[in-house]
Design a protein around this ligand. Structure first.
Ligand SMILES: Nc1nc2c(ncn2[C@@H]2O[C@H](COP(=O)(O)OP(=O)(O)OP(=O)(O)O)[C@@H](O)[C@H]2O)c(=O)[nH]1
Ligand SMILES: [Mg+2]
Length: 249
């Protein structure tokens, strides 16, 4: 789990060092235990497919090129098991919930050799995200789509084991992703370029989600004639939330 104060320090440092950076996103890598969340995250950040999980470690991020803009991705590795077992891990559900509520984007991860992991993430896991999102923006204006939109991709891992152990049909997963209007990939922990490409997609999808929410809000403002101050969401808002949480604990 990332430490809040460390995230703030890192954000300040990255902004100071790189004036061309215009956006950053928290991206939750969400899936059942053992699907490969840590390997996926570590391959993205470090080019190594397994690192020991150290809760006190510095938060990690990586810049990626999205179109002609460099964007900073902070991946957060979260297990769906926290919802079944409140005692799992050292952090409270409220803390996990805050990531789910505010993250810009999600990687819905399942193991292609374990059908149960696909079934869970595409039903309970996905609806958990939808139900956790805010229904109103910071000015109390209801989101046009009912809840705050988010960027999302569906990813099947352990592709290297597919030949003998596949349990999740590629077409089935592709079809589910299509019905949700999200991108779909299959990868394994050895494919860094593919994992980078997935994160670019999440950033694009997160940007699109934010833009559509903003368009809805502009339409609502136009309809009511109300004047609403503009304020960017994304990482700064999440950091503000953490800062408040830090003051309360
Ligand atoms: N063959 C293969 N093994 C993988 C792949 N990704 C992960 N694994 C293995 O699957 C096991 C679980 O991987 P983790 O990355 O620890 O999974 P996790 O989702 O973080 O697990 P929890 O933290 O327990 O929820 C490890 O033994 C990994 O080496 C992959 O793409 N291919
Ligand atoms: Mg892990």
């Amino acid at each position: 789990m990332r430490q809040v104060s460390s995230i703030q320090r890192l954000l300040r440092r990255s902004n100071a060092n790189d004036q061309s950076t215009t956006r950053g996103w928290f991206v939750v890598v969400f899936g059942e235990p053992g699907v490969g969340k840590t390997c996926f995250t570590d391959m993205f950040l470090k080019g190594e497919h397994f690192q020991l999980y150290v809760p006190s470690a510095q938060p990690e991020s990586k810049f990626i090129q999205v179109g002609n803009v460099r964007q900073c991705i902070f991946p957060i590795d979260l297990s769906t098991s926290v919802y079944r077992d409140p005692q799992h891990g050292v952090h409270s559900n409220i803390f996990f919930e805050s990531f789910i509520k505010k993250a810009g984007g999600f990687v819905l991860l399942y193991d292609i050799t374990d059908k149960a992991t696909f079934d869970y993430i595409t039903t309970k896991g996905y609806s958990r995200i939808v139900l956790s999102r805010d229904t109103e923006d910071e000015y109390g204006v209801p989101y046009g789509s009912g809840t705050q939109r988010f960027g999302c991709v569906l990813v099947g891992t352990k592709l290297d084991l597919a030949a003998n152990k596949r349990q999740v049909d590629r077409a089935l997963a592709e079809q589910w992703a299509e019905t949700q209007g999200i991108a779909f990939y299959e990868v394994d922990k050895y494919q860094r370029d593919a994992i980078d490409a997935i994160m670019v997609d999440v950033a694009l999808s997160s940007g699109e989600a934010e833009k559509r929410d903003a368009e809805d809000a502009a339409e609502a403002t136009e309809a009511t004639g109300a004047v609403k101050p503009s304020k960017s969401r994304g990482i700064s808002k999440v950091v503000h939330m953490f800062r408040k949480k830090g003051q309360n604990t």
